[in-house]
Design a protein around this ligand. Structure first.
Ligand code: COA
Length: 388
């Protein structure tokens, strides 16, 4: 029997081009902010999991777990790095939750960090392609914008998804992000600006791409005995699923099959249905992925994600608010940190403390995707403890 687990603290650095902060500064700052939020002293932390996708390539530093534990003053606790491409952060969260659920630890920190802006865009693009199939995708010149462009074209061909619908994803995310002081690009854009921005990988334009970002985020999870004395947000389910690493091996280019499986299992474990999600974070690394995600989460029928977004259902004030602080597009995407930032934003919403609050939010979901969908990590959080 697994024990109940709650999130009891969250901290996030500003996301952006942070010349004056090193990788260790970022990891330490986020961790200290999470500790402050939880009201706990560092010596209460029993283990650290930290996600980082490619610190070795971005800044030449490996052994991120030791670096972060050391600079946070957490030694000699066990510190472990997780890597699952852009889902590295949520993978750290899942390990932290499992460590508490198993009874091994009572209070665990889960962090994510990345410092990407020290390299040129071409070098970042090459490093990021480490998350795809090196031999069969990177080797023929594909890039991440290229991979997602293929999915966008397939979705357009199969379901009639339009360029306007794809661009409306980033218009809404920028509208949300404009309220977020920690966002990399906290400004609104018009549909016209999005649709006329620089073409990156046809049909995806600059305004369809998440940026290159420095940043870190941390959460603290705790057992029920500890959490119930605080103001907890309960973890109702954590799920992880895998798919083929290469896009050409997938059964379909128009669905996130791993995310679908993770969502189905999470709804079952949490004893909750998709229509009960008051707030959602999805992985809009490229705007098409938000469309694929709302379909995978069963927020709308397959093939209708474009219309769902364009109709404003995902906007704050709409039927199913998504990425209420700007998502990856406006908020920024320090790849290893994103999954933890997403959990943190759901936590803030459920505590009524978001910069773009959805009134009365009591349950939320975060979906973090690695690569072009080969890893899907999903968590459902709730104000009420009603886990099966
Ligand atoms: N959205 C909005 N504006 C952006 C942006 C983005 N995604 N990326 C860069 N900009 C802006 C910069 O702020 C800068 O503005 P300024 O001229 O007013 O200062 C301008 O565009 C040029 O910036 P630069 O850094 O030279 O852009 P770039 O052309 O080198 O990089 C991309 C643009 C889209 C190629 C890059 O952001 C990218 O590769 N994104 C995808 C990252 C990725 O794949 N992540 C993993 C996902 S799985």
């Amino acid at each position: 029997m697994m024990k109940n687990v709650a999130v009891i603290g969250f901290g996030q650095t500003k996301f952006g081009e942070l010349w004056d902060k090193s990788l260790r500064d970022l990891a330490s700052e986020a961790g200290m902010l999470a500790l402050k939020d939880s009201g706990l002293e560092p010596e209460k932390i029993e283990a650290l999991y930290i996600g980082s996708m490619a610190a070795g390539r971005f800044v030449g530093q490996e052994h991120i777990s030791a670096l972060a534990a050391d600079h946070l003053g957490l030694n000699p606790i066990p510190a472990t790095r997780t890597e699952a491409a852009c889902a590295s952060g949520a993978t750290a969260f899942r390990q932290a939750v499992l460590a508490v659920a198993s009874g091994k630890h009572d209070i665990v920190m889960a962090s994510g960090v990345e410092k990407m802006t020290d390299l040129k865009t071409s070098e970042v693009t090459t490093a990021l392609m480490g998350a795809a199939d090196q031999e069969w995708e990177a080797g023929i010149g594909l890039t991440f914008p290229g991979l997602y462009a293929l999915m966008a074209r397939a979705h357009m061909a199969k379901y009639g998804t339009t360029l306007e619908q794809i661009s409306s994803v980033s218009v809404i995310n920028h509208k949300h992000g404009a309220k977020n002081k920690k966002a990399q690009y906290p400004y609104e854009i018009t549909l016209e600006q999005a649709m006329n921005s620089q073409l990156v990988a046809d049909p995806l334009r600059l305004m369809d791409c998440s940026p290159i970002t420095d940043g870190a985020a941390s959460v603290i999870v705790a057992s029920e005995e500890i959490a119930k004395k605080l103001d907890p947000v309960w973890v109702l389910s954590v799920q992880q699923a895998s798919d083929t690493i290469a896009l050409h091996d997938r059964k379909s280019l128009t669905e996130l099959a791993a995310a679908k499986i993770a969502a189905k299992k999470a709804y079952e474990e949490a004893g909750i249905t998709a229509n009960k999600m008051d707030v959602t974070e999805v992985h809009d690394c490229f705007s098409i992925n938000e469309i694929l995600s709302v379909e995978a989460l069963a927020y709308c029928p397959e093939g209708r994600g474009g219309k769902f977004v364009q109709d404003g259902k995902v906007a704050v004030g709409g039927e199913r608010p998504v990425n209420t602080t700007g998502g990856l597009k406006a908020g920024g995407h320090p790849v290893g940190a994103t999954g933890i930032r997403q959990i943190g934003d759901i936590y803030l919403q459920l505590k009524g403390k978001s910069c773009n609050q959805v009134k009365g939010a009591s349950a939320g979901l975060a979906l973090n995707v690695g690569g072009s969908g080969a890893t899907a990590n999903l968590a459902i959080l709730g104000r009420e403890l009603r886990r099966k």
